[in-house]
Ligand binder design. Structure first.
Ligand code: SF4
Length: 442
């Protein structure tokens, strides 16, 4: 964040309605490039949203204003006690402005007057869910919050609640803004991308004069029209996912699926309470690859889940080989406070978990090395993340590699290549995780 970014502190008192007012004020200010501070010292100004319902609430509000003035000095007052402006001004003459409840625009105007927004190209592009911490050429696009599943090892639904999808128009306009700002790769994220729109009952929203439905298929089709790579993460293999594979085969979105399978053995999946565990996933994967032979699948797995037997683990290894999962991440099971899996029996001893982890990673390496070796000799596009001028190489990624979690394309003879460039390269070699390449024509 820019050091000039103005920071606001907020003290929110009173009932839930006041809280919603506070949220609206924060949302507006955030969209205008303001940041927020949790303490008085870090803030350039403090907004106190007051309550005036009972005398005790009034006293508490006046006390909060006094504290903010003493600790920070620049204070804007709003909320229910704001209707008693004279009382506030008599007690605290130095407050900068006083407004009543639901007067968001007046509060924002007062903030502008006393702490003007600083135009910042980076912040002005910020979507409502947060700042972009990624390099300029790729960006994460969050399509929903929360999750309707109840996997036994996970507490995300307890923390973030049930699925709440963003309206599709808001997602698509954000994606457009990102592409206009130079983003070349959009990474679609959520807790359960396949479930997108379910909570909205797929309600359409107006996008460039058309009514567009909030469905994964539509989202993929619309994003596929943009001039950027589109990569889907956290997709569960529900039947409707079949519909997006042809888009991959046509080159509209990347032939890449990040599916957190977590396991393959039916009894473990059942104990994990995983979504879509009833489908014959191997058959689905084979059918997908028949449509889109270039499809790369990335997945995470948990070993040593309570009750996982040797047979379950061997089943998993065989399954990985047959499914030819290109990129595999693995965790040893660990209990998470509050997760229902903690009550399961059949704890797997530490040394068994570790051994299973190591064996799984060996299998994963072999599969990855084999899959990558099949790409040697091909001419592909690679998106450059970084350059090492001293070594004359560029570190890039192919359509099969997501940033941070997958492998790289290491480009030799990289003089003149910059981060963010899309380079056509010939793959000259491979190892367990990476491809080696040279730019075409050099
Ligand atoms: S692990 Fe399961 S419950 Fe947790 S976010 Fe993912 S799908 Fe939802």
């Amino acid at each position: 964040m820019n050091h000039q970014t103005p920071k606001i502190g907020l003290v929110s008192l009173g009932c839930p309605k006041a809280l919603v007012d506070s949220e609206r004020i924060l949302t507006t200010l955030r969209a205008q490039g303001y940041a927020f501070s949790r303490d008085y010292e870090g803030a350039d100004m403090v907004i106190v949203n007051t309550c005036g319902f009972l005398d005790s609430a009034k006293a508490e509000s006046l006390e909060a204003i006094g504290e903010a003035l003493a600790e920070n000095g620049k204070v804007i007052v709003t909320g229910c006690l704001g209707v008693e402006e004279s009382l506030i001004r008599e007690t605290h003459p130095s407050v900068l402005s006083v407004t009543g409840p639901h007067q968001y625009e007046a509060v924002v105007a007062a903030v502008h007057q006393h702490l003007p927004p600083v135009p910042n190209r980076f912040v002005d592009l910020v979507p409502e869910q947060g700042l972009r911490l990624t390099p300029k050429h790729y960006a994460y696009l969050k399509i929903s919050e929360g999750c309707n599943n109840r996997c036994s090892f996970c507490i995300i639904p307890q923390i973030r609640g049930d699925l709440a999808s963003r309206p599709i128009a808001s997602v698509l306009y954000e994606a457009e803004r990102l592409v206009k700002a130079g983003v070349k790769e959009i990474l679609v994220i959520s807790q359960d991308t396949s479930a997108y729109g379910l909570d909205l009952r797929y309600a359409p929203s107006p996008y460039h004069g058309r009514q567009v439905e909030a469905r994964l298929q539509t989202l993929a089709e619309e994003l596929g029209q943009l001039d950027a790579w589109v990569r889907l993460h956290y997709v569960y293999p529900y039947p409707h996912v079949d519909g997006i594979i042809p888009l991959m085969a046509e080159g509209k979105i990347l032939p890449y699926l990040d599916i957190p399978f977590q396991h393959a053995a039916p009894s473990v999946l059942k104990a994990m309470r995983r979504p879509a565990n009833q489908v014959k996933t191997l058959d689905r994967i084979k059918a997908w690859r028949a449509i889109c032979p270039d499809l790369a699948i990335r997945s995470n797995f948990i070993v040593g889940f309570p009750g996982e037997t040797d047979a379950d683990f061997e089943f998993l290894l065989d399954w990985l080989e047959e499914a030819e999962i290109d990129r595999i991440g693995c965790f040893e099971y660990e209990p998470v406070t509050g997760a229902t899996a903690n009550e399961l029996e059949g704890i797997v001893p530490d040394e068994v978990r570790r051994e299973r982890y190591e064996r799984l990673m060996e299998v994963a390496q072999d599969i990855s090395a084999h899959r990558l070796s099949q790409r040697v000799g091909r001419t592909i596009e690679a998106l450059v993340d970084d350059v090492r001028p001293a070594e004359n190489i560029a570190l890039a990624r192919s359509q099969w590699d997501a940033p941070e979690i997958d492998g790289q394309v290491i480009i030799a003879n990289a003089a003149g290549i910059k981060p963010g460039d899309m380079v056509t390269v010939t793959v000259t070699g491979s190892d367990e995780y990476d491809l080696f390449a040279t730019p075409v024509g050099r």
